[in-house]
Ligand binder design. Structure first.
Ligand code: CP3
Length: 352
């Protein structure tokens, strides 16, 4: 299988030479785009949009039609995996994701099994195939999953949480039960990402959104160890091409050396970590992805361009950097502001 025509993103992840710094955005297909809102309305709901491959393909391509992005990301959600485990995912209006059957009782936890991705998550694999066909090798397609710990947070809490009281009570009271969930999640995530790779994704990203909420000691035991397990089980290439992996622990800036040692190809950074400092700490082990504050996109065009250049300069040029935001783009972002950022990344990093 040949690399895409624009493979700058893949080369940067592998720290091979690039002509300019590639850029994509977390949540690049989302509610800040009016065309996304229109397709979502047609689908009936966010979940229906995720579960209909032709519509998931349509929204995946929308940001690429507007902006000169160097990668596409599969349109889906990290919570489709616990949904496939039978927890009953739903989105209450304005309240974010919820589960009908959160994991609370020991017997429920003992009954948990990893889904077969080609069966219960067939719709994701079908979307990957359809998106690859539509992209026609123009830019690479990124697949993704939640990390075992971040998935466990939602599975045990039953939805989002401010303080992770339920899952952390389990962590301190019954670490054995949480480890059991994490073990099953690690298998589920590994199988799910390998199925995405076999269906055609060309890089994979693990979203450890809540790893940064753990104590220093607990992060290694309850999140990093399972990220390492997933990375160890991933297919490293497909069709003769390397499939690089990115690990993003939000709030994980203090653990970069440890993350760089688990075998991933790149680390995603939020905006609280300085790229120059991060680069010194990880050396040549991994590439770095990030890390502009998503709120900078609410400033004037001049201020957005200046902040974009500042982030690029903090990495300091050369390969091994993928420009991104430090977290998902806000639904209130004016779409025109994204063009300013994307065009500045390309212009400034190529010296034109
Ligand atoms: O980046 C992309 O464009 C790919 C699509 C993607 C979505 N969710 C679409 C989505 C990805 C990679 C995710 C990951 C995801 N989902 C994470 C990890 C990354 C992160 O943001 O920290 C998490 C924690 C979730 C769980 C989730 N899904 C939440 C908390 C929400 C509600 C958020 C909100 O702003 O209301 C979702 C819904 C969701 N996932 C939306 C999108 C575009 C908005 C849903 C809508 O259209 O109403």
């Amino acid at each position: 299988m040949a690399r895409p025509r624009n493979d700058t993103f893949l080369r940067a992840l592998l720290r091979e030479p690039v002509e300019y710094t590639p850029v994509w955005l977390m949540r690049q297909a989302g509610r800040y785009l009016p065309e996304y809102c229109e397709t979502r309305k047609r689908a009936g709901s966010f979940l229906q949009l995720c579960k209909t491959p032709s519509l998931a393909c349509e929204v995946t391509l929308q940001p690429l039609a507007r902006y000169d992005l160097d990668a596409a990301i599969l349109f889906s959600d990290i919570l489709t995996v616990p949904d496939a485990m039978g927890l009953g995912l739903y989105f209450a209006d304005g309240e974010g994701p919820k589960f009908e059957r959160p994991l609370r009782q020991e017997w429920e936890i003992r009954d948990l099994t990893a889904p077969n991705p080609n069966d219960q998550l067939r719709y994701v694999m079908d979307a990957v195939v359809e998106i690859r066909r539509a992209l026609d090798n123009s830019v690479p397609l990124i697949g993704f999953s939640g990390s075992p710990f971040t998935l466990a947070c939602y599975m045990v809490e039953g939805g989002g949480s401010d303080d992770f009281r339920t899952v952390k009570s389990m962590l301190y009271n019954r670490p054995d039960l949480l480890h059991h969930i994490l073990d099953i999640n690690a298998t589920a995530v590994t199988d799910y990402l390998n199925a995405q790779i076999e269906s055609g994704v060309q890089a994979v990203m693990l979203f450890d959104t809540w790893g940064g909420a753990l104590s220093h000691r607990a992060y290694r035991e309850f999140s990093l160890a399972y990220l390492q397990k997933v990375i160890a089980g991933l297919k490293k290439s497909h069709g003769g091409e390397r499939v690089p992996s990115i690990v993003f622990t939000k709030g994980g800036g203090q653990w970069l050396e440890a993350i760089a040692n688990i075998g991933c190809d790149a680390i995603g950074l939020d905006w609280t970590t300085d790229l120059a400092d991060a680069k010194k700490r990880v050396g040549h082990k991994v590439a770095l992805q990030g890390n502009m504050d998503p709120m900078a996109l609410f400033a004037s065009a001049e201020a957005i361009a200046a902040e974009t250049r500042r982030v690029l300069d903090s990495y300091g040029g050369g390969s091994g950097h993928v420009f991104n935001l430090g977290h998902g783009i806000s639904q209130f972002t004016p779409p025109a502001n994204v063009s300013v950022m994307v065009d500045t990344v390309h212009r400034h990093s190529s010296g034109t």
